[in-house]
Design a protein around this ligand. Sequence first.
Ligand SMILES: [Zn+2]
Length: 348
Amino acid sequence: MSLPAVDTEYLLDFLTGLLNTPSPTGYAHQAIAYTQQALAAYPDIKLTLTRKGALVAAWQGEHSNSPRALTAHADTLGAMVKEIKSNGRLKLTNIGSLVWNSVETEGCTVFTRHGAAIRGSLLLNKASAHVFGKELTELERNGENMEVRLDVRTVWDDETRGLGIEVGDFIAFDPRVEVTNGFIRSRHLDDKACVACIAAAVKSLHTAGLKPLQSTFIHISNYEEVGHGASAGIPPEVGEVLTVDMAAVGEGQTSDEFHATLCVKDSGGPYHHGLSQRLRDLADEYGIAYKVDTYPHYGSDGEAFWRSGGDAAVALIGPGVDASHNYERTHLEALIATTQWVMAYLMN
Ligand SMILES: [Zn+2]
């Protein structure tokens, strides 16, 4: 049996909407709700939220004697207000492994306790070239030397507090999504690209009137970027967990923006050999554009599941993402390949 066609328009629409939904780890509820709403279109999928806030979609399969799980994460890097400075600007603490220079001059939104969304941008404390000269290039980019300049009139801390801003408020950086010639350039393709691939796979199977071979739990995690997303929420009866997360593209890597990659080893060690072999066989059988790779600085929710005591075979696939945890980019071809691989896995 061949694979159903991927609805690329749907995939890109879903992805663009999700990328434009702010979701730093700890404040990912809007991205979870966005995904929940999309999957609510299918009556054979039962949706629940875990106590921790992850989405679990239980999809009835042809069989349920060997249930499986897919996991991808909707949370992203971001920041939190650490201190309201005497000049009214904000000092931040980073969420996940956000690298400061990757968001220098980026627009951002502060989410206050009472629901306001206040705009600003992240700059070096000494950002004016005409005032600070060489210091502008020499200062280390870190939480101490950078601040949020709010787009509201405030020059001292009490004025900023008067806006409702408090220590602990979440900050999301603008994704700056652009789709050109099949390239998708945006922050946070890690891992929203994969949530979109799963949503597109679910849609294509439904359109074709197909069910997964085995009942499958789709786990959309909300704490991956801090390392413990899928440590809870994947039902203990699953025998396999397919983690769908970005592939690391760069010098020395086989991964690229036009293929899906099977990761066989990352910072946490090797993935499950038997499940990885099966995924390679499926990719060969269906003519899916794929690579096999190892990732030098990488952890996944599959590992979080394992480290929390999860007893299942775990493997990892995903589209190649250039400049990860930075201003990222992938190509539609990699998203199609990933979606096809997810479908092939579900159907077999
Ligand atoms: Zn990720």
